[in-house]
Design a protein around this ligand. Structure first.
Ligand code: PDD
Length: 287
């Protein structure tokens, strides 16, 4: 049986949910999204994702079509109907379908936004074997647009980056701009040197990861040293450890950068500890 998805106020079987060919999400990537993880049937960091969603929309002159409580209710209902234990809920809001193609934004009074949510079931996601082996990454030029802080659905370059990594026999790519790592294709990037956790500072150059914010808070609470600044690929190759964070990967070790082993070439203890703390604490506060 297929999934039940949410589209503009209705819960529908996935094969009966369709949007217009004039939808601006389809024609212009004029939309934003969020991915909220589900563990044990509960949502992780829901509030953070809802706050970022509202910010992404407002940066693009859009409003929240639903209030936060309704949004939470839809997330929970989809998890319940589709019987998701572990996985995630994908949400996308576009500027809607004005009935033709035009660069100019349509009048929001005349064109309702398109709201889509669906679940992705990933049993055992918290026990991913990759957490024990670590990821290999390559570096590629960051040629994305300048507002990476807005979580838009323009994901062609991240997608190409994952394909470049795959072609090189690796798992993912780290994006480099002006000699420094911005972030991973779909995650935030970190190194650990001399016990210090180093990750790029927040700006329009990177997505303000919800997992990043939680992990840095937990790290500081555990008296770990954190430095928010840009770092280079050479520094990463010379680091004791490296890792990434995202809603779908949590904390995931990185063991190789451009063919060079990081530290011992095995997942490090800081990443392992942060992964454990993040999973424990997020489970406790899941709703
Ligand atoms: N990606 N940076 C980028 C470019 C991302 O796409 C993501 C998330 C992150 C991490 O953000 P968060 O911790 O809030 O998930 C950083 C999601 C998971 C995705 O596209 O599937």
């Amino acid at each position: 049986m297929g999934r039940i998805v949410y589209l503009n106020g209705e819960y529908l079987p996935e094969d009966q949910a369709s949007v217009s060919i004039f939808d601006r999400g389809f024609l212009m990537a004029d939309g934003v999204y969020e991915v909220t993880s589900v563990l044990d049937g509960k949502l992780l960091d829901f509030d953070g994702h809802a706050v970022r969603l509202e910010r992404s929309l407002s940066e693009l002159d859009m409003t929240m079509p639903l209030d936060k409580d309704t949004l939470l209710e839809i997330h929970r209902e989809l998890v319940r109907i589709n019987d998701v234990t572990d996985g995630g809920v994908y949400l996308q809001i576009t500027r809607g379908a004005p009935g033709d193609r035009d660069f100019v934004f349509p009048d929001p009074e005349q064109t309702p936004q398109t709201v889509v949510l669906f679940t992705q079931s990933k049993p055992g996601i918290a026990n991913s074997p990759q957490a024990l082996t670590g990821l290999k990454v390559i570096s590629i030029d960051d040629v994305r647009w300048g507002r990476r802080d807005i979580k838009t659905v323009q994901l062609l370059y991240p997608s190409m980056g994952k394909m470049m990594a795959k072609a090189a026999g690796c798992d993912d790519a780290w994006l480099v701009e002006d000699g420094a790592v911005t972030e991973g294709t779909s995650n935030n990037a970190y190194i650990v040197k001399g016990g210090k956790i180093i990750t790029r500072d927040l700006s329009n150059d990177i997505l303000h990861g919800i997992t990043r914010s939680a992990v840095l808070r937990f790290a500081r609470e555990a008296q770990m040293d954190v430095e928010e600044r840009a770092f280079t690929i050479a520094e990463a190759q010379d680091a004791d450890e490296a890792f990434i964070t995202s809603a779908s990967m949590f904390v995931m070790p990185v063991v190789e950068v451009d063919g060079v082993a990081v530290g011992t070439g095995k997942p490090g203890s800081v990443a392992a500890r942060l992964r454990e703390i993040y999973l424990d604490e997020s489970r406790k506060s899941a709703i």
